[in-house]
Design a protein around this ligand. Structure first.
Ligand SMILES: Nc1ncnc2c1ncn2[C@@H]1O[C@H](COP(=O)(O)OP(=O)(O)O)[C@@H](O)[C@H]1O
Ligand SMILES: [Mg+2]
Length: 259
């Protein structure tokens, strides 16, 4: 039996609870990510994808429910333990990159290694710069680089500390098709080496790299598909037809609201 690397039990997230602006972004979500799985999350804009990633990866705290990572209940960890845990176990690729504008590309990528108190990092950084084809910008500042390059810097920073779980929010969103393909192939390779991946996307091709796919709708898991022994092409077709079904449902829901 493969081990559970992430387990979420009955997670609910309400923004601004007990106010007029209360928004229930997630409602009673339970899920398990096993070691070595590549899980994707799809859903329309506002369905709660980013909220789900943030709340299961210790960036934000759920209103209700529990999160276990490697069997540890993160709700019970101290802030300093959480900080260590984030840098040792998790590699984040955020939707808006979160690179630091006053640091060079090299310095941005070095951050997780400094937090981990590693001293011998030049070789590691050089390897990742080469892997993501950003060697020539290592001494530049983010504002001197293109959007695609900055996105690759964010990816390099997530990977340099050799995390056991990669958490990524639409990481191919601003990449051209060549760079998206390169990133997906890199993630596939890392996954084959045993790293678990949890990734949000709204692109069926990107999702076809996953081993399991969760559909979110209005803060709830509406469907789950597993790739099992489908070829990537068959899996892609299944995802596309599922997407079409979701779009139809939304369309008819809206139409019924109007009528
Ligand atoms: N910081 C926040 N404060 C209040 N509401 C939020 C906040 N972040 C997200 N929301 C709301 O929660 C819902 C889910 O948002 P989000 O998780 O960003 O969706 P997605 O990533 O799928 O587009 C939306 O209705 C959004 O408006
Ligand atoms: Mg989002």
């Amino acid at each position: 039996m493969s081990e559970k690397i992430i387990e979420v039990k009955h997670m609910t997230k309400i923004y601004n609870p007990e106010t007029r602006h209360a928004t229930t972004a997630l409602h009673d979500i339970s899920l398990v990510v096993k070691k070595g799985e590549f899980v994707c999350i799809m859903g329309t804009s506002g369905s709660g994808k980013t909220t789900l990633l943030n709340n299961l990866s210790t960036i934000d705290t759920p209103t209700k429910g529990e999160v276990y990572i490697n069997g540890k209940n993160v709700n019970h960890m101290s802030e300093s333990d959480l900080c260590k845990f984030r840098t040792n176990v998790l590699g984040f690729i955020f939707q808006n990159y979160n690179v630091i504008d006053t640091l060079t590309i090299y310095e941005n990528i070095r951050i997780p290694l400094l937090i981990k108190k590693e001293t011998d990092f030049d070789e590691k950084i050089d390897r990742i710069l080469k892997q993501l084809d950003i060697e020539e910008i290592k001494n530049k500042y983010p504002y001197e680089c293109s959007g695609g390059q900055v996105q690759r810097v964010a990816i390099a920073r997530a990977l340099v500390s050799e995390p056991s779980i990669i958490v990524a929010d639409e990481p191919t969103g601003n990449l051209d098709s060549h760079n998206s393909f390169e990133l997906l192939e890199l993630l596939k390779k890392l996954n084959q080496e045993g790293i678990s991946i949890l990734m949000v996307t709204h692109d069926s091709f990107v999702a076809s790299y996953s081993s399991k796919l969760l559909f979110l709708k209005d803060g709830e898991i509406s469907d789950i598909i597993e790739r099992e022994n489908m070829s990537q092409n068959e899996y892609y077709d299944t995802i596309e037809s599922m997407n079409l079904l979701e779009i139809k449902k939304i369309y008819f829901d809206k139409k019924n609201e109007v009528n």
